[in-house]
Design a protein around this ligand. Structure first.
Ligand code: PGA
Length: 257
């Protein structure tokens, strides 16, 4: 089965002025005219009402697990609907580790996004220690089983496998060298993730769900990663901040299509 590539960007808290956000998004957006590749960029939610794009889809970096209420600092799924936003990241490792989100909360977020027809990009991934000790398969299985509990329409979910040790974030990896997964290791783990999804949802759905790789992905390593049969795109942090680093990844996707 051929699954169409998806390229996602994740700006985190790296762009902090509206004029800068607009300038960068416009530049990326204009290049995307030349590619038929589903692309979204998750930006800080404070920008979501004030930016607009043509070819590029916008995403939230997170939503709260309740629609509304007394939750200081949170972003409501209803605001995403109001702003016309079609995607949200859920359970990024920075949310799990720094903000101490649990799989149960993440599960509520996935279901809430789906309730409002917003595509949740469910991020999963193991730490360096969990990889070393071999517990990583158990960790990924738990993140999938609990994160997707009660989710019926998996067709609308995108999964992003982002090994924590590969994410270019020193705070998440204080004691280890940050490096992308090798294409072979990433493929083996993606194929494991797809097998868990098959156990949960059956073969047809597991073959159609898109599983993105994230963690230090950039033009110089994207081709080998994206060539792997179970890698269906990328969730890209640092390299999504500028057209000059993101668009080469689109060129690679189109050459592989
Ligand atoms: P990175 O971030 O590409 O800068 O490693 C990826 C992510 O955190 O989604």
């Amino acid at each position: 089965m051929t699954r169409p590539y998806v390229i996602g960007g994740n700006w985190k808290l790296q762009v902090t002025s509206l004029s800068e956000a607009k300038r960068r998004l416009e530049e990326i957006d204009s290049h995307l005219e030349n590619f038929d590749i589903e692309t979204f960029i998750a930006v800080p939610s404070v920008f979501l009402y004030s930016v607009s794009t043509q070819n590029l889809k916008l995403a939230a970096e997170d939503i709260h697990y309740e629609e509304s209420g007394a939750y200081t600092g949170a972003t409501s799924v209803l605001s995403l609907v109001d702003a016309g936003i079609g995607y949200t990241l859920v359970g990024h490792s920075e949310r799990r580790i720094i903000f101490k989100e649990t799989d149960e909360e993440i599960n509520k977020k996935v279901k809430l996004a789906l309730k409002y027809d917003i595509t949740p990009v469910l991020c999963i991934g193991e730490t360096a220690k969990e990889r070393e000790t071999g517990e990583y398969k158990e960790v990924l299985r738990r993140q999938l089983v609990v994160g997707l509990q009660g989710v019926e329409n998996l067709e609308k979910v995108i999964i992003a496998y982002e090994p924590v040790w590969a994410i270019n974030n020193k705070a998440l990896n204080p004691d280890t060298e940050i490096k992308p997964a090798t294409p072979a290791d990433a493929e083996a783990t993606h194929s494991f993730v797809r097998r868990v999804i098959e156990e949960l949802y059956g073969q047809n759905i597991s073959q159609s769900v898109r599983i993105l790789y994230g963690g230090s992905m950039k033009a110089s390593n994207a081709e080998e990663l994206l060539k792997q049969p179970n890698i269906d795109g990328g969730l890209i942090g640092g390299a999504s901040l500028k057209a000059e680093t993101l668009i080469p990844v689109h060129r690679i996707c189109s050459s592989l299509n």
